[in-house]
Design a protein around this ligand. Structure first.
Ligand code: NDP
Length: 309
């Protein structure tokens, strides 16, 4: 039986950075980059311009950035399979992983980097406009600056929606927060800050039912009771970490995020590490995911060294 040093599951900024570091540490990582319905490359594959990744002063397209991440890891010997892992057994060493083609892979360590996905409304044109950067986004930090002096809307009633609405007032002329109820989940302080911000308006007991376009760009959103003219729609209704594979194997937060120990990428199981949006409900940026992929790789390398590798 061949036992690998490390297998990385996931191929966003966290996964490829973990692959780069473990490859340069001569650990010959095997990366399962996923396949449909998962998207190799992760969430950046459905964004257009990325302006906040350091080192790209003129910005870079999300898919291009992910190709560069992959190329860099492969250059140092990371092996890639465009397949999903469908089950894994972390209860004993070596860990056993089963790929969608039915292959069994044995490994001393696993780096989990399956990411998270923004929850979407599930209405027509939403994904398409998001992919083209044509008026729909799930990240105000990433895309807010494209909406200078425009009218935008945010959907949701939790802390993320309020934080995004507040942030967007730096750029936008007006921000309409659309929520399906009159009570909010967001913290009181965030709510009162938004209520006293003259740029923020509220549409409560409302739902976005349809996205309307002009010249292939978002132009209006149709709600239950009215239609709003907006150039940007920010969907902020929560994120779903891709952790279903790990249920019953590892401790998860009630929200599905993986628990890591202290500031490390270690999980409660020795030899299993987690990084990126799979374990980060707070920052969720490409650069923070890449940073945590690096941490996972270093923790992994030190663990193997402690075992006499
Ligand atoms: P939440 O789950 O807290 O809130 C999601 C919101 O979206 C809810 O108001 C929900 O409505 C609404 N929603 C969900 N699905 C739909 C849908 N299909 N259509 C319309 N509306 C929908 O997610 P958040 O991302 O806001 O927050 C996640 C966690 O992160 C929370 O614990 C939060 O406190 C934390 N956080 C903290 C921050 C801070 O402290 N600065 C900043 C951001 C997040 P309903 O209420 O009706 O269910």
């Amino acid at each position: 039986m061949t036992i690998r040093n490390t297998v990385i599951i996931g191929s966003g900024p966290a996964g490829w950075t973990a692959a780069l570091y473990t490859a340069r540490a001569t650990l010959k990582p095997l990366v399962f980059e996923g396949s449909a319905p998962n998207l190799p490359g992760g969430q950046l594959m459905i964004t257009s311009e990325v302006e906040n990744y350091p080192g790209f002063p003129k910005g870079v397209q999300g898919p291009e950035l992910m190709t560069l991440f992959k190329d860099q890891a492969v250059r140092f010997g990371a092996e890639t399979r465009t397949e999903n892992i469908v089950s894994l057994n972390l209860s004993k060493q070596p860990f056993e992983l089963i790929s969608e083609n039915g292959d069994k892979i044995h490994t001393q360590t696993v780096i989990l980097a399956m990411g998270a996905n923004a929850k979407l409304l599930g209405i027509p044109l939403e994904k398409e406009l998001m992919a083209r950067g044509a008026g729909v986004s799930a990240c105000a930090t990433c895309d807010g600056a494209f909406y200078k002096n425009m009218d935008v809307a945010v959907v949701g009633g939790g802390d993320t929606a309020f934080e995004e609405a507040q942030f967007l007032t730096r750029f936008a002329r007006s921000v309409t927060l659309i929520h399906r109820r009159t009570d909010f989940r967001a913290s009181k302080i965030m709510i009162s800050r938004a209520q006293s911000n003259p740029k923020i308006r509220f549409e409560l007991n409302e739902e976005v039912q349809e996205i309307l376009t002009e010249n292939n760009q978002l132009s209006h959103v149709r709600l239950k009771n009215k239609t709003l003219k907006v150039q940007g729609l920010f969907v902020a209704i929560g994120h779903q970490p891709n952790s279903s594979l790990l249920e019953g194997q590892l401790q998860l937060h009630p929200t599905g995020y993986i628990k890591t120990l202290g500031q490390s990428a270690k999980t409660e199981i020795e030899g299993v590490f987690a990084c990126g949006d799979l374990q980060d409900a707070v920052y969720r940026q490409a650069v923070t995911a890449a940073g945590s992929g690096c941490q996972a790789a270093i923790d992994c390398e030190r663990y193997l060294e402690s075992k006499g590798h």
